[in-house]
Write a protein that binds this ligand. Structure first.
Ligand code: HEC
Length: 169
């Protein structure tokens, strides 16, 4: 017997309600503790992990401020907003500390800040195209590090072991 339109609708609703994965579910593996997340761990003490995430949110806010200034054609604004992403001695020391238990992390972090410095250089030259390309280069360093590392919160004992001279994982 042919299905009535109502029966077809009912089975469609069941499919929608129960089965087909959405984009969000497919990306569930991005969660840091997920077993199918194959990125390298970035071991951090709980306070460092919270601090790092806060830094990250500030980096995103700086990128937003840079884009806003580009949209206004405000090159002085770009230079000012990009200063927060650039390299400083204090920033370098923090990156050393954050990466103490994750081989390869600190060089990536330092390369990010050095690349971000080129945004300000480009803005001071007044060349909007160079600013965009420096911003692109910088965003590539964000994307590259996110593809390589995930946070792993560890306790004091594990942190001490991982950061001891000649530590092995
Ligand atoms: C050297 C590595 C590195 C670089 C460079 C980097 N990040 Fe991150 N970022 C991380 C790690 C590690 C996490 C934690 C991700 C995880 O555990 O899944 C993170 C998390 C974040 C988060 C989430 C913060 C939260 O509250 O959870 C944001 C937003 C973010 N990064 C933005 C950026 C932006 C924007 C840039 C570049 C302008 C950037 N990051 C560059 C390593 C990096």
């Amino acid at each position: 017997m042919a299905k009535t339109p109502l029966a077809v609708l009912a089975s469609l609703l069941i499919i929608v309600a129960t089965g087909t994965p959405t984009g969000c579910e497919e990306h569930g593996g991005m969660m840091s503790q997920s077993s199918n997340d194959t990125r390298q761990p970035l071991p951090l003490l709980p306070m460092m992990a919270a601090h790092q995430r806060q830094n990250m949110r500030e980096h995103l806010a700086a990128v937003q401020a840079i884009v806003a200034a580009i949209a206004r054609d405000d090159m002085a604004g770009v230079a000012k907003a990009s200063a927060g992403l650039g390299f400083t001695e204090a920033m370098g020391q923090m990156c050393e500390h954050m990466g103490a238990a994750a081989p390869g992390f600190t060089p990536m972090a330092l390369n990010f800040h050095r690349t971000a410095d080129t945004i300000g250089d480009a803005a001071r030259s007044g060349d909007r195209q160079r600013v965009l390309s420096a911003l692109d280069q910088t965003l590539q360093t964000c994307v590259g590090c996110h593809a390589a590392y995930r946070q792993e919160v560890v306790d004091e004992e594990i942190w001490r072991r991982l950061t001891a001279p000649h530590a092995t994982r």
